[in-house]
Design a protein around this ligand. Structure first.
Ligand code: BTN
Length: 278
C-alpha cells in the first residue's frame, strides 16, 4: 500500500477538536514517547500528537522494546494534561485500550479483546501496546504521555521469532491491508470521546465497555507478577477505579490488583467464556 506522506494524510483526516492538535510527524525517530516527554516538559499543549513512520528505539512496558518497522504500523504519542490526581492517572491505560478496541471493532475482522490492563488482542495475539508515562510535581500531575503502537500491516516476519506466537498485526489476522492514516484518525476520534467521558464522569462510565472487551479474561485463572509478589486466582472483573479484581483460593475477599503483568493459565484463547458472577 502506498501512503506517500503519512503525516500529512493523518492531519488532513483528523476530525477531533483536541487530540492531534498540533501534530508533529517524523519519518524516523527513536521513540515518539521520548520526544513527547521532552515536548511536555517544555510546556507543549494538551492534545499535542507525535507520530512517526518508524522508531529506532520504540519503548514498551516493563523496559521492553517495541518492534517498530517503517511504513506499516502506527506509532504515536499524545500529551494529555488531565486535571486529576496523579493516583488516578494509570486509568488512562484502560481508557485508551477501550478506544483502540472500539477502533478495531469498526473494521472487518474478528472482535478485539483486551487483556488487563491495556493489551489489545486479535485472535488471541497482541496487536496493540500502550505505554503511559507521567510527569509530576509533588502530588500534582503535570502531563500524561500516552504512547500507542498498533501493528496494522506488519507481516509476521517483521517480529522476532520469539514473539511470533504472541504478537500479530491486523493484516496478518484479517488478510486485509489497513489504511494507516484513516485508522489513526478514527483512533483519535474514539480516544477523544473516551477521554472526555473519563474526565466528565470518571472511569465507571467506561467500565462496562472495558469488561465487554475483556469478557474472555473474566472467569479465567491468571497469575500476576505484581511489584515483587506473585498473585494467582480467578478474574472477577474490574473495580470502579479500574483495579483488577481477582479471587484467590485463600480468601473470600477479592484481591485488588493495580499494577502487574498478567499471564492467563493455559494461554489466552478468545472465544470461550464462563463468568464466575453468573
Ligand atoms: C507495551 O509494551 O505493550 C507498550 C508498547 C507501546 C509502544 C508505543 S509505539 C508509540 C510509543 N512510542 C514508544 O516508544 N512506545 C509507544
Amino acid at each position: 500500500m502506498s501512503e506517500p506522506d503519512f503525516g500529512v494524510a493523518v492531519g488532513s483526516r483528523l476530525k477531533t477538536r483536541l487530540l492531534g492538535r498540533p501534530l508533529h510527524f517524523f519519518e524516523t525517530i527513536d521513540s515518539t514517547n521520548t520526544y513527547a516527554m521532552q515536548l511536555a516538559a517544555e510546556g507543549a499543549a494538551e492534545g499535542t500528537l507525535v507520530v512517526a513512520d518508524a522508531q529506532t528505539g520504540g519503548r514498551g512496558r516493563l523496559g521492553r522494546s517495541w518492534v517498530s518497522p517503517a511504513g506499516v504500523n502506527l506509532y504515536c504519542s499524545l500529551i494529555l494534561r488531565p486535571p486529576i490526581a496523579a493516583s488516578l492517572a494509570p486509568q488512562i491505560n484502560l481508557v485508551a485500550a477501550v478506544a483502540v478496541a472500539d477502533t478495531i471493532a469498526g473494521l472487518d475482522g474478528p472482535p478485539p479483546a483486551i487483556k488487563w490492563p491495556n493489551d489489545v488482542l486479535l485472535s488471541g495475539k497482541k496487536v496493540c501496546g500502550i505505554l503511559a508515562e507521567m510527569q509530576t510535581r509533588g502530588e500534582h500531575l503535570q502531563a500524561l504521555i500516552l504512547g500507542i503502537g498498533v501493528n496494522l500491516n506488519a507481516r509476521l516476519e517483521a517480529f522476532p521469532q520469539e514473539l511470533r506466537d504472541k504478537a500479530s498485526s491486523l493484516f496478518v489476522v484479517t488478510g486485509t491491508p489497513v489504511e494507516r492514516a484513516a485508522f489513526a484518525a478514527s483512533l483519535l476520534t474514539h480516544l477523544e470521546q473516551a477521554y472526555l467521558l473519563w474526565l466528565e464522569e470518571g472511569f465507571p462510565a467506561l467500565r462496562a465497555a472495558w469488561e465487554r472487551y475483556a469478557a474472555d479474561l473474566i472467569g479465567r485463572q491468571i497469575a500476576v507478577a505484581a511489584q515483587g509478589e506473585a498473585i494467582s486466582g480467578t478474574v472477577l472483573g474490574l473495580d470502579t477505579d479500574g483495579a483488577l479484581l481477582v479471587r484467590e483460593q485463600t480468601s473470600e475477599t477479592p484481591r485488588r490488583v493495580v499494577a502487574g503483568e498478567v499471564s492467563v493459565v493455559g494461554g489466552y484463547q478468545q472465544g470461550g467464556t464462563h463468568d464466575p458472577r453468573d
